[in-house]
Design a protein around this ligand. Structure first.
Ligand code: SF4
Length: 377
């Protein structure tokens, strides 16, 4: 099972597609090492994220607690304070680190509301590499504003000898917004094809399966059904800063329990959890987030291996790429069916964010003030 721990909703980026930064948590209320000690061992990918996890002064303690419980311990960061990860990488060089990077220079800064973000992240990443980091990389959220740079960004990561992961726009209670919709679905989807082709040309197995993940992104972008059904709540869970455990970070009604008040066993084996897993099976949201897409792709018996569907897709299309043949996207994706959106309003950007009001969220109050239909289609 994979687990994501949202260590804080404080964030020093100001993204246009995620408003976590407008709703910071109180550091005194945030999930701590004592809470996390209650987790069992044996997680597959255990992701420490936020908000921005490097804003946690006790991040090294959280890592100490979680490291023995995971096959892969991941830290997802904006990379603006890479120096805070240096002691962690020195001690645990195999820690997976991903920095969010939405494009080169101005593109990244505009989407993420960051000053000089691109340069800081790249310099920080190279420093972690010098220190011996073994699983470092960038992650980009594919959207209209960066789609023309995505292939070059991928090549840039390759030149720097680091990984490159992609996701795309989603609406979720965690993000406090539901206007994350493409302006031009077809254009973005066609550009993702180029990235897939590049990934299949490499000799890295990870990239070949990322190519399949990106095929899922095309389906998602066009508004089609998921490539593989979601298994959230069984193969994936999400802990928020108040220790509430959810099946996923999109639907706030999929609340499984609370790690401060209950044991992990109670949470995962309660009648409520069984009910929620049934809701997941019937879920109509059309998500393809890396968390629940990656887990859905895994073989249920040997999680290090893929299910048959992605496996054979990769075998066939890697062979095509090797022989210089085009990937027959039309065979996999029905481009004749594209969800039509009414005029999608342009997302706001926050490079100059000083006037933007923040509203602290507390455990006592309703945490997720944005009431809306978190719809992904
Ligand atoms: S498909 Fe449904 S249950 Fe699965 S991640 Fe999306 S919203 Fe959550």
């Amino acid at each position: 099972m994979d687990l994501t721990v949202i260590t804080t909703y404080r964030c020093n980026s100001h993204c246009s597609m995620c408003y976590i930064w407008k709703y910071p948590t109180d550091p005194g209320e945030e999930v701590n090492a004592e809470d996390l000690k209650k987790l069992p061992g044996g997680f597959d990918n255990l992701n420490i994220t936020g908000g921005e996890p490097t804003l946690r002064k006790d991040l090294p303690d959280l890592v100490e607690t979680l490291h023995p419980k995971a096959r892969i311990l991941e830290i997802s960061s904006n990379g603006l304070h890479a120096e805070r990860l240096e002691p962690i990488i020195k001690k645990y060089p195999q820690t997976k680190v991903r920095f969010s990077l939405e494009g080169f220079d101005d593109t990244n800064n505009r989407i993420r509301g960051e000053q000089d973000g691109f340069k800081k992240k790249v310099a920080g990443m190279m420093r972690l590499k010098e220190l011996g980091g073994q699983d470092l990389g960038f992650g980009a959220v594919i959207q209209d504003d960066n789609i023309t740079e995505v292939v070059d960004l991928y090549k840039f990561a390759q030149e720097k000898d680091v990984e490159f992961a992609t996701s795309t726009l989603h609406n979720a209670f965690q993000f406090h917004k539901n206007d994350n919709v493409m302006y031009d679905r077809m254009k973005v989807a066609r550009e993702v094809e180029k990235l897939i082709t590049e990934m299949l040309k490499t000799n890295k197995v990870k990239n070949w399966f990322r190519a399949y993940l990106n095929l899922g992104l095309i389906e998602n972008i066009l508004g089609h059904d998921r490539l593989i059904p979601c298994t959230a709540g069984k193969d994936f869970a999400f802990i928020d800063p108040w220790c509430d455990v959810y099946a996923c970070n999109v639907r706030p009604d999929l609340l499984l329990g609370n790690l401060r008040r209950q044991s992990w066993d109670e949470i995962m084996n309660s009648p409520k959890s069984r009910e929620i897993r049934d809701k997941v099976k019937a879920c109509k949201q059309n998500c393809w987030m890396v968390t629940t897409a990656r887990t859905a792709m895994r073989n249920p018996v040997v999680p290090q291996l893929p299910k048959a569907k992605p496996f054979w897709w990769v075998v066939v299309n890697k062979a095509r790429a090797t022989l210089g043949m085009p990937i027959p996207f039309q065979k996999y994706v029905d481009y004749g069916v594209v969800v039509k959106d009414d005029d999608v309003p342009k997302r706001e950007h926050f490079l100059d964010n000083k006037q933007v009001k923040r509203r602290k969220q507390t455990a006592e109050e309703t945490h997720y003030s944005f009431v809306g239909e978190y719809f992904n289609r």
